[in-house]
Design a protein around this ligand. Structure first.
Ligand SMILES: [Zn+2]
Ligand SMILES: [Zn+2]
Length: 148
């Protein structure tokens, strides 16, 4: 678990990237840093609406776009074509559950993965996806297999 991050720290991070720290920007970034579930726009919207009643989904989209353009967050495309957001742009891979849609962080320590076929290429983005069934779902699947 990451330690909680203060509003002031979040504001400083935004300022360091040249983004004006508005309330919405601070709240969205803070939500992503504190909730490592890779939420969709709807999830962020519903969570923050309680704190900012005047919030619109468009303003969240715009905020996410701004944060993403500065490399502060990552966009992840699920197998179902849904865009989810990640507040940790540092190198890591994602495991996606095909049953419940959960996205989990997987650490990626392999520094030599990209040794073949990358000669002459300028890599600007790296995404590693693992798909399968999460622990909960694979346990459920085992039970249903036994019954049938
Ligand atoms: Zn699952
Ligand atoms: Zn992640």
């Amino acid at each position: 678990m990451q330690p909680a991050i203060t509003t002031g720290e979040t504001g400083d991070r935004l300022r360091a990237k040249g983004i004006k720290p508005s309330v919405i920007r601070i709240k969205v970034l803070q939500y992503l840093l504190e909730n490592r579930v890779h939420p969709a726009v709807d999830t962020i919207y519903r969570a923050l609406l309680k704190e900012i009643p005047t919030l619109s989904k468009t303003s969240i989209y715009n905020t996410l776009k701004a944060l993403n353009s500065k490399g502060m967050i990552m966009e992840i495309m699920t197998p179902g074509g849904e865009i989810r957001y990640d507040g940790y742009p540092a190198r890591h891979a994602h495991f996606m559950c095909l049953k419940c849609g959960a996205i989990k962080d997987v650490s990626l320590s392999c520094a030599t993965c990209l040794t073949h076929g990358t000669e002459g290429l300028k890599v600007t983005e790296e995404a590693v996806y693992l798909k399968g069934y999460c622990k909960k779902c694979s346990e459920k699947l085992k039970i249903s297999n036994r019954k049938s």
